[in-house]
Ligand binder design. Structure first.
Ligand code: C2O
Ligand code: CU
Length: 470
């Protein structure tokens, strides 16, 4: 099986409400160059809905931009990010998918203390892998990411093979929930109904902060589209074959047989997942969300390029440590809980939760019967050990499981194997009543989070960590 099968357990609130209005074209969210960046987390006023009587929303941003500046960095180069928190509450930044030193991973409460209002923190790291990544708040992520605290991060390959801007576009897709006045629905943040079901689903899809933008591409030129799903919980169903898109990379990692045509459709893109596509458009096309009633959320027009276009070099796969065949540390993880799921055996902070306990703690989900494992690691292994995780999803929902600090290979789904060379990913989808086996070499010492990237699920129990000792 190439990807988990989609069941209908996902509730989409008002999906399809987007895409009514054509917005002017955008030039992407690119800014900054070199090795040193300044990021300031701060509130910003922004109109998400284009209707003249729609109200402005108070969002949270990096550097006042809705879709924060894209950080373009070089593989193997030292990067410094001076971060200032100008929000009214503590925060931290996580560099999603980068295999960097643990103390720079940005997980508040695990790898660092949160940065208080008015405080500063300097992040410094070397990105080992080229590809498409992103950064986002990792303190109360369910609220801070929903309010807009995220941006793109592109690691250019050390060999310098990169397409010019006109042929390389980053599309950060977000699923906002707007209220009846067209502004960010803050009142429903943290709603227990979302936490126990499919997470906070929105009703307004944007690309780089805009609804249904039109992006101009050079006609018949090889162009890379880097898609990032920054939604709190929405899984996007897209079909690149409709516009001739081929796959270059998943979760930052270039495929060995790129560009690859998908043998299946649609392609599911879960929260935090990325896919890089190669297109050579003859004419305009649209990107559609197909999960329920299909609607377009990004439109592309083609222009005859003024200058000669750059030739395309296939991105080379990064060098990742291959899991050992034998000598594995094996760990079984059972995911339970949630609406319509098993709720009879869930412990939180040593207490067995009953009906009243669930309401009071808002913990609805568990890994091996424990909600939000905080004190103890799930497991602890020595550096260099191959870890095999057998994950069974015994819930009524699909989940997007993210391992911090490591990419892993997806080796099996439901005992049926995988029909191609196993994919490297940092986040995998596992469908309701399905199981998935992943493996990786735990080569990075420290405390690493393992959680569902449906951010409400992480907050309400699907959150744990493991330790790699030196
Ligand atoms: Cu994208 Cu724990 O994060
Ligand atoms: Cu989940």
């Amino acid at each position: 099986m190439l990807q988990p099968s989609r069941r209908d357990a996902l509730k989409l609130l008002g999906g399809g409400a987007a895409a009514l209005v054509m917005m002017p074209s955008i030039s992407g969210a690119k800014e900054g160059a070199g090795t040193s960046f300044k990021l300031v987390a701060q509130p910003v006023q922004h109109k998400l809905h284009p209707a003249p009587d729609a109200q402005e929303s108070t969002l949270w941003s990096y550097n006042g931009q809705v879709t924060a500046p894209t950080l373009r960095i070089k593989q193997g180069e030292r990067v410094t990010i001076e971060f200032t928190n100008a929000l009214p509450e503590p925060t931290s930044i996580h560099w999603h998918g980068l295999r960097i030193a643990n103390e720079m991973d940005g997980v508040s409460g695990l790898t660092q203390d949160p940065v208080p209002p008015g405080g500063r923190f300097t992040y410094e790291f070397v990105a080992p892998d080229a590809g498409t990544y992103w950064y986002h708040a990792h303190h109360k992520s369910w609220e801070q990411v929903a309010r807009g605290l995220y941006g793109g991060l592109i690691v250019e390959p050390a060999d310098g093979s990169i397409l010019p801007e006109a042929q390389d576009h980053l599309l950060i897709i977000d699923d906002w929930r707007l209220d009846g006045e067209g502004k960010f629905d803050a009142a429903s943040l943290g709603a227990p109904m979302d936490w126990s079901h499919g997470g906070r689903m929105g009703n307004w899809l944007t690309v780089n902060g805009q609804s249904l933008p039109t992006i101009s591409l050079p006609k018949n030129a090889p162009t890379r589209l880097r898609l990032v799903n920054a939604s709190n919980s929405r899984i996007l169903d897209i079909d690149p074959a409709r516009f001739g898109g081929k796959i270059l990379a998943f979760d930052g990692q270039a495929l060995p047989d790129a560009p690859m045509e998908l043998g299946y459709t649609p392609l599911l893109l879960g929260p935090a997942q990325r896919v890089d596509l190669l297109v050579e458009p003859e004419e305009g096309f649209v990107l559609e969300e197909l999960s329920q009633q299909p609607f377009a959320f990004c439109s592309f027009e083609v222009r005859t390029p003024a200058q000669e276009v750059a030739a395309f070099t296939v991105p080379k796969p990064n060098k990742l440590p291959l899991p050992a065949k034998d000598d594995r540390f094996k760990f079984d993880l059972r995911m339970t809980g949630g609406a319509m799921g098993q709720l009879d055996n869930i412990y939180y902070q040593g207490e067995k939760l009953d009906r009243g306990g669930f309401q009071r703690t808002k913990q609805f989900w568990a890994f091996n019967n424990v909600a939000n494992l905080a004190e103890e690691p799930l497991f602890s292994v020595k550096r260099g050990q191959t870890v095999e995780l057998n994950v069974s999803n015994i819930t009524a929902f699909m989940h997007a499981m993210h391992v911090h600090g490591h990419h892993f290979l997806i080796e099996d789904r439901d005992g049926g194997g995988v029909e191609q060379s196993p994919l490297w990913r940092d986040t995998f989808l596992v469908g309701a009543e399905q199981s998935t086996r992943i493996a990786f070499v735990a080569d990075n010492p420290g405390k690493w989070l393992f959680h569902c990237h449906m951010l409400e699920h992480a907050a309400s129990g699907m959150n744990a960590w493991f330790e790699v000792t030196d």
